[in-house]
Write a protein that binds this ligand. Structure first.
Ligand code: ADP
Ligand code: MG
Length: 368
């Protein structure tokens, strides 16, 4: 799958744009604040139908305008697909595929997908556990839309339980109502946990492979899921009971703090290099390499499970990496569509650059 052509209207600092891209490596270069990241964001948005990270959809519309429009022409295994998105300040976005309006976006997930790396993603390694849970949850729900629904239900039940915990401080007679929420939470929690485990089992070998490939580091990399509720040494059949027990055990503390202290909403993912947690002990380069490995592994897993090859968007990924790592990252991908931004073309090895399509971005316009 790849993006052949993109049309933008009033998207961020692009008043109007029409551009065709190559199937392989595309390089956007230019000075700061010209629109390189914005263009990657446009590609991400037309593919995944959600803004990157914290951005709100309204932020995507050119300052002072009421509407924006994007159209992507894709080549997919089932033939050409064009997709339009209409954004407006006052209404929900509209998505059309081959001219037909689509209401259920999850039906579109398996056809077109993009994986984004930006330096902000380093918070995935350096940041709080919530960042790592968010990565897991986003990717899994993309692959299994029903996972997203279970997660939403779990969070609703959790909110209810937490509200009840606060009420119980003043009125202990309500304690019997807890049981129903605990039941729901443990049932849904185990579904979430099992899906995360199954996903990690698949992605972990790829994270390791990419890490070794990019770093040539001999030390073993371990990916560890940290379960806040119980030890996963027990058979999966017993998870539900173990989770119920954990909820019961943590009740006295939960009552004091007014929130539920165990469950998938408190779990974490650790990355250990030679036994040490990269979150605390990794160098900038190691953390960046790990983060890139996660993204490449995400793409690989997507390919294995769906048969489509996601587009890779690398924003400022090359700075802070030595020249070998840059080459390995760009060469891994000869068969896939990749978009890379840089303010310095010298960051890209000459022979790699030769086979790339290079675009200069200047003040929201694009030239060659
Ligand atoms: N909604 C918007 N409308 C117009 N300009 C925007 C909008 N959002 C961001 N910008 C502008 O885009 C520029 C940043 O573009 P960006 O793609 O991040 O640059 P870079 O080339 O450094 O990656 C800034 O000047 C910012 O003001
Ligand atoms: Mg940028």
């Amino acid at each position: 799958m790849h993006l052949e052509k993109l049309r933008l209207f009033n998207f961020r600092n692009f008043k109007e744009l029409e551009a065709g891209f190559s199937e392989g490596l595309n390089v956007f270069f230019g000075d700061n604040a010209q629109g390189k990241t914005n263009l990657l964001e446009a590609i991400y948005f037309i593919c995944n139908l959600r803004p990157m990270r914290a951005a709100k959809e309204q932020h995507l519309i050119l300052f002072g305008e009421a509407n924006a429009y994007l159209k992507g022409f894709f080549s997919t295994s089932s033939g050409p697909v064009d997709r339009e998105v209409r954004l407006s300040i006052s209404e929900k976005k509209k998505v059309l595929e081959c001219g037909v309006e689509k209401k259920r976006f999850s039906e579109l997930f398996w056809q077109i997908h993009a994986v984004f790396f930006s330096p902000d993603d380093l918070s995935l390694i350096k940041g709080r556990p919530a960042e790592r849970r968010r990565f897991l949850d986003l990717v899994i729900s993309r692959l299994k839309p029903q996972y997203g629904r279970y997660l939403a239900e779990y969070n609703r039940a959790l909110t209810q339980r937490n509200m009840l915990l606060k009420q119980l401080k003043h009125n202990r007679t309500l304690v019997s109502a807890l049981e129903a929420w605990d039941d729901q939470i443990s049932e849904l929690g185990v579904v979430i946990l099992k899906a995360r485990r199954a996903f990690l089992e698949k992605i972990e070998p790829w994270i390791k492979k990419y890490y070794i490939y990019f770093s040539r580091d001999e030390r073993p990399l371990d990916v560890k899921y940290v379960n806040s509720a119980f030890s996963e040494d027990i058979p999966p059949d017993s998870f539900r009971e173990a989770f119920s027990d954990a909820l019961r055990k943590s009740l006295p503390e939960d009552l004091k703090s007014g929130f539920t202290r165990v469950g998938p909403h408190r779990d974490d993912l650790n990355f250990l290099l030679g036994g040490r947690d990269l979150r605390y002990f990794g160098s900038q380069g190691e953390q960046r390499t790990l983060c890139l490995s996660l993204k490449f592994a995400e793409r690989r897993i997507f390919f294995e499970l769906t048969g489509i090859s996601p587009i890779l968007l690398l924003d400022d990924a090359l700075s802070e990496l030595d020249v070998n790592r840059r080459r390995w990252i760009l060469e891994e991908d000869q068969l896939w569509q990749v978009f890379v931004t840089t303010s310095d073309l010298n960051a890209i090895p000459g022979d790699v650059l030769k086979r790339a399509s290079v675009y200069k971005i200047k003040a929201g316009t694009l030239g060659r």
